[in-house]
Unconditional design. Structure first.
Length: 274
């Protein structure tokens, strides 16, 4: 069981020495992006990769929702939590988020574990384009769509709560006519092996240097993030978890902080930069 549930003890643990930070959707809620499993998170059944590629209707539904969601998500800006993480001097920041806000905050030594929704890839020729360019093509192919659905509620990762998507036109890859997909890891896909190995290596380095793994704003429900907490615990690396609500890694934590991320990370950044 965790040895402490106090924010002060957790701050002391992270104040000095080597640090790897793992962030989740809870870090971006202060930027107006809903999370997946927080107390106010909307009910959601994420689309799987298999459904996306096998069903033309699902493909259409995804991009119709994303067209609306991106128009809102694309205007999100880093909040004080992102700014604080960028200032921590961490060996590595591993984010499970695809919103690009760590990049916008200027975070060094960053791995976007699940990719970035700002990038688009063709599943046939593997050419990549920007989401902004695709957004312009979607607008031209679907004039008035955004205005007609202006009141639809936001969901995580640029998704929206829209059920009626028939008639939405999804343009193909301009290079080969193939299927376009955001360059992110869907449910049912694997995180690229090289990303995972780089993250494991950073955690292993903490074991040798007496560092700490800090988890901020993640429920650790999926294995893609939890595995690094498990590796840290196996190597006797202290684990600090800052999250509103329980996480799947709580039993492995050295310190738990049941607070929002922005304020606590700001306090930590102030300590580590003095």
């Amino acid at each position: 069981m965790p040895s402490s549930v106090t924010a002060e003890a957790a701050l002391e643990q992270c104040a000095r020495g080597r640090l790897v930070v793992l962030t989740g959707a809870g870090l971006s809620t202060d930027s107006g992006i809903p999370d997946y499993r927080g107390p106010d998170a909307p009910a959601r059944m994420p689309m799987t990769f298999q459904e996306f590629v096998a069903s033309p209707t699902a493909h259409q539904r995804y991009w119709a929702r994303s067209h609306l969601g991106w128009a809102r998500m694309g205007h999100a800006t880093p909040n004080p939590g992102h700014v604080a993480v960028a200032a921590l001097g961490a060996d590595l920041v591993i984010t499970q988020n695809v919103d690009g806000l760590h990049e916008a905050a200027g975070t060094p030594h960053l791995i976007a574990l699940h990719g970035r929704v700002a990038d688009v890839v063709c599943l046939s020729c593997r050419s990549t384009t920007s989401r902004i360019a695709l957004q312009e093509r979607l607008e031209r192919a679907n004039p008035g769509w955004a205005a007609r659905h202006a009141e639809v509620a936001n969901r995580p990762d640029g998704d929206v709560a829209l059920e009626e998507t028939a008639g939405f036109v999804v343009p193909p890859c301009e290079e080969c006519g193939g299927l376009l997909k955001p360059d992110v890891v869907f449910f049912g896909e694997n995180v690229p092996k090289d990303r995972v190995e780089r993250c494991y290596a950073a955690v292993e380095a903490l074991a040798e240097a007496g560092g700490t793994l800090l988890v901020a704003g993640s429920s650790l429900t999926v294995m893609s993030g939890l595995r690094f907490v498990r590796r840290a615990a196996q190597r006797d690396v202290p684990v600090v978890i800052v999250n509103r609500g329980p996480t799947r890694g709580d039993a492995l934590a050295t310190h738990l902080v049941a607070e929002g991320t922005s304020e606590w990370l700001g306090r930590l950044a102030a300590v580590r930069t003095t």
